[in-house]
Ligand binder design. Structure first.
Ligand SMILES: Cc1ncc(COP(=O)(O)O)c(C=O)c1O
Length: 465
């Protein structure tokens, strides 16, 4: 056997150093690496179908495998990635993951590793403070925004509905992220109990339509229990009228959940805080450090204004096998606030970058994203071949050909992505195929956005003739 389960110090050093060398080299090459997925990636994926070997092998081919994985996927965290919602992959978090998985301490019951749990709670507290939440607020770090939305809907259901809850209805905008509807389904609701409220021309939830829908449902004997506002929709970055939604929720006795998975960390900036006014009145807020804090995938967050309500929705008592451990206290037993027991130590992955770079580094990077978006919006709007109907609320610019059907717009997207320098994605708005550029990565700067403007302008001109 090449390597025992616990390798020798020499073997660990050799493997660790080559992995570190690879990581440094990879990060150095990142700026010039192709932004789009290379042709043949799916075939390459299938070529890797195999069962694990009975006998162990060498480490070097595993590093080659990592590079093959990277080369056969668009770089979600590279400077040219403007599709979907970009990731980040901070190096400080990679190191935190290496070290936290090495010490492998158990964070979810505080008495098992009090320092780990306190560090994770520092992160949660910081998030609560960011939204001016009171001292009794609590939260959890999740695997992502979807799980945060799930726990939020479960908390809302538990707090506002009886055990027999199927008359409960909740309200979302037509631009809500699918994970909210999925959360409702997982929380036991038929999807028909999720009411889709139309958006106004600026793509924000129409508050009058919401009021009407609630009244109609009450008249039918149903029980409206929650409204979800999005603080930065995935389609266009539009921000629902959060303050007005908080008013409706207060008047109607609804749980108000804000899905800020994409947009939430713009709260660190002056412009974001102004545009999110009212979010601090939400009963719960979903955030995604693996989006707006540029972390590697696997870190979302949910904060809940009245923390006890989150616990009521997730805690069923502790098994006798855990009777030796301390009760939930000022340092929380996070397992009592979420669906998970054993899990990774997410807090260190957030804490390392916060301590190494400081909060100001994130504020500045996000402010830069807002500036870049305004620059991109202005340039695309000035292009006579393009229609750019919506001024950005945050960091997404939707656009399409002024003259051209869906097929022509698909061709535009393909042409842009064939540049391999920027990678964009599309959606459907007003029933029409629409391209969108989303600027989130901390690695995206003015030079790449200028290149993007040039690539889009050239492709649109070629297609328009
Ligand atoms: C607004 C919004 N909510 C929820 C999610 C789901 O988050 P995750 O992919 O981390 O599960 C996303 C993902 O893009 C999103 O943009």
């Amino acid at each position: 056997m090449a390597y025992p389960l616990d390798p020798s110090p020499e073997q660990m050093r050799e493997m660790g150093q080559s992995a570190l060398e690879y990581a440094i080299d990879f990060l150095g090459r990142r700026g010039e690496a192709p932004a789009s997925k290379p042709p043949g990636a799916a075939e390459e994926g299938r070529a890797h179908r195999q069962a694990p070997p009975e006998v162990g092998g060498e480490f070097a081919p595993l590093l080659e495998l990592v590079d093959t994985i990277a080369r056969n996927a668009p770089d979600n965290a590279g400077p040219g990635f403007l599709a979907f919602i970009p990731g980040g992959g901070l190096f400080a978090s990679s190191l935190a993951d290496l070290l936290s998985t090495t010490i492998d301490r158990f964070v979810n019951l505080w008495d098992e590793a009090p320092v780990a749990a306190q560090i994770e709670n520092n992160v949660v507290r910081w998030l609560c403070d960011l939204f001016d939440y009171p001292a009794e607020s609590r939260g959890v770090l999740t695997s992502g925004g979807s799980m945060a939305n799930f726990s939020a809907i479960v908390a809302a259901r538990k707090d506002r509905l009886p055990e027999d809850f199927l008359s409960g209805t909740m309200y979302v905008s037509e631009h809500v992220h699918a994970s909210v509807t999925k959360a409702a389904m997982l929380a036991g609701f038929p999807v028909r109990n999720v009411r889709t409220v139309v958006a106004d021309p600026s793509l924000r939830m129409d508050v009058e339509a919401l009021r009407r829908a609630i009244a109609e449902d009450r008249a039918r004997g149903l029980t409206p229990f929650a409204v979800v506002g999005t603080a930065g929709t995935t389609n266009t970055g539009s921000i629902d009228p959060l303050d007005a939604l908080a008013d409706v929720a207060a008047a109607e006795g609804l749980w108000f959940h804000a899905d800020a998975a994409y947009g939430g960390f713009f709260q660190l900036t002056g412009r974001g805080r102004e545009r999110f006014r009212g979010i601090e009145r939400a009963d719960s807020i979903t955030l995604d450090p693996h989006k707006g804090m540029f972390l590697p995938y696997g870190t979302g967050a949910l904060v809940v204004r009245e923390g006890q309500k989150l616990r009521d929705a997730h805690h069923v008592g502790t098994g006798a096998y855990l009777q030796d451990l301390a009760a939930d206290a000022d340092i929380p037993n996070f397992s009592e606030y979420s669906a998970e027991l054993s899990r990774d130590f997410r807090g260190l992955r957030v804490w390392f970058p916060l301590k190494l770079h400081g909060v100001s580094a994130f504020r500045e990077a996000l402010d830069e994203k807002l500036d870049l978006t305004e620059h991109l919006y202005g340039a695309l709007k000035a292009d006579p071949n393009l229609e750019v109907p919506w001024a950005p609320d945050l960091s997404i610019v939707p656009f399409r050909l002024r003259e051209g059907d869906d097929a022509a717009n698909r061709a535009l997207l393909d042409r842009i992505n064939a540049s391999m320098r920027v990678f964009l994605s599309s959606t459907v708005l007003e029933g029409r195929f629409t391209l969108r550029a989303c600027i989130v990565s901390h690695r995206t700067h003015r030079d790449r956005i200028d290149e993007c403007i040039e690539i889009v302008g050239r492709a649109a001109a070629e297609l328009t003739g």
